[in-house]
Design a protein around this ligand. Structure first.
Ligand code: SAH
Ligand code: SF4
Length: 335
């Protein structure tokens, strides 16, 4: 593991040596992943949410969202189309929508895994550890649960009084259950400091994560943070590049939020240490309403087009779409 001191990290985050940072992150990615990029297809199957996160357009109090819930058959069909188009990982994501019972989620997992040799990632928010354990036994492989910040006070403020330690406890339970686990933060939340981002980086790196996701904050007009400043895209690139230096084998996505700032945001991410692309394969009739932040899913394309556009993006940079499921290399290679 690269050893980076706190002062050095602060200097990088402040833009002290972008060229050096990005080329070191790119070399390390190349060393560990070669030209392979993992493509994870996301089915955003419900935008109903019982939470009140101040940063997110899907928060329960936002009455301007046109809410949808996909049924089990449609979710499986979207996943299958993505798998047929070449995706080897299906990410199931939703608001914290508890109307999907453990049995229904099980049906979805079994339906997808029964039809295709793919990995299934769950990004369902604060469901119980017992539910996640059940879904692991049903064949789910991975979980994505972002801490959003690693500061308990900020966490309470941005997630309307919720308890950071409960989220962390759930994350650790997911690791104990045996999942490959991803987490991360939003870069540039209101009142962030560079010192806090250093804490976030070190905290996340200590967790031994299989995946680390960090994208810039984008203010949503129908949330309490509507007038907050947007995150800084350069800070976001620096954060993920540093995450690569501290976590050589973890999977690190170039998030779609990057594209809201720069049409080539994801491409730049892939050239600065990231090794994963996560196209949305949510059906055209629904995807525009998965409005976590403005600009999300702005392009209206069907499942196969969405996967092929991501493949084109990868190939245009002389990367190759990995034929593997892209399971965690961290587990096998580090420590
Ligand atoms: N309900 C689940 C998963 C869906 S939210 C959960 O909260 O865990 C998916 C991710 O969108 C969140 O983890 C958060 O990091 C990101 N997100 C939400 N609002 C955002 C915003 N305004 N800017 C940037 N990212 C945002
Ligand atoms: Fe709901 Fe997740 Fe958005 Fe919070 S971040 S409001 S839990 S969808």
């Amino acid at each position: 593991m690269a050893v980076l001191g706190r002062d050095e990290i602060i200097n990088y985050l402040n833009g002290g040596n972008d060229d050096g940072l990005y080329s070191a992150a790119d070399s390390l990615r190349e060393e560990n992943f070669g030209r392979e990029v993992y493509l994870r297809a996301i089915v955003e199957f419900s935008n109903v949410c019982n939470k009140k996160c101040n940063y997110c357009g899907l928060r329960a109090a936002n009455s301007k969202v046109s809410r949808y819930r996909m049924d089990v058959a449609d979710i499986i069909e979207s996943a299958n189309l993505a798998a047929e188009a070449g995706a080897r990982t299906i990410v199931l994501q939703s608001g914290d929508d508890f109307s999907y019972s453990p049995d229904r989620i099980e049906e979805i997992i079994s339906g997808i895994k029964g039809a295709h040799d793919v990995a299934v990632t769950l990004s369902l928010g604060d469901r119980s550890a017992a539910e996640y354990e059940h879904w692991f036994k049903c064949g789910a492989d991975r979980c994505l649960l972002k801490l959003e910040t690693t500061n308990p006070d900020i966490y309470g403020k941005i997630r309307c009084g919720e308890d950071f330690h409960k989220r962390l406890e759930l994350l650790r339970s997911l690791q104990d259950i045996g999942y490959e686990v991803g987490s991360g933060i939003i870069v540039g939340l209101p009142d962030y400091t560079v010192e806090q981002l250093v804490d976030d980086l070190l905290f996340l790196s200590d967790l031994g994560l299989d995946m680390i996701a960090a994208g810039p904050f984008i203010p949503h007009p129908d949330t309490p943070f509507s007038s907050a400043a947007a995150g800084d895209i350069d800070l976001s690139f620096r954060f993920t590049a540093l995450a690569r230096l501290l976590n050589p084998f973890s999977n690190i996505p170039a998030t779609s939020a990057l594209d809201s700032f720069d049409p080539e945001g994801r491409e730049k991410g892939l050239q600065r240490g990231c090794n994963v692309i996560m196209p949305s394969v949510t059906p055209v009739s629904k995807r525009g309403n998965y409005n976590i932040y403005p600009g999300k899913n702005a392009v209206s394309v069907d499942v196969a087009d969405s996967v092929s556009r991501a493949e084109e993006l990868i190939c245009a940079l002389d990367f190759v779409v990995s034929a593997s499921k892209g399971s965690s290399r961290r587990m096998n290679n580090v420590e």
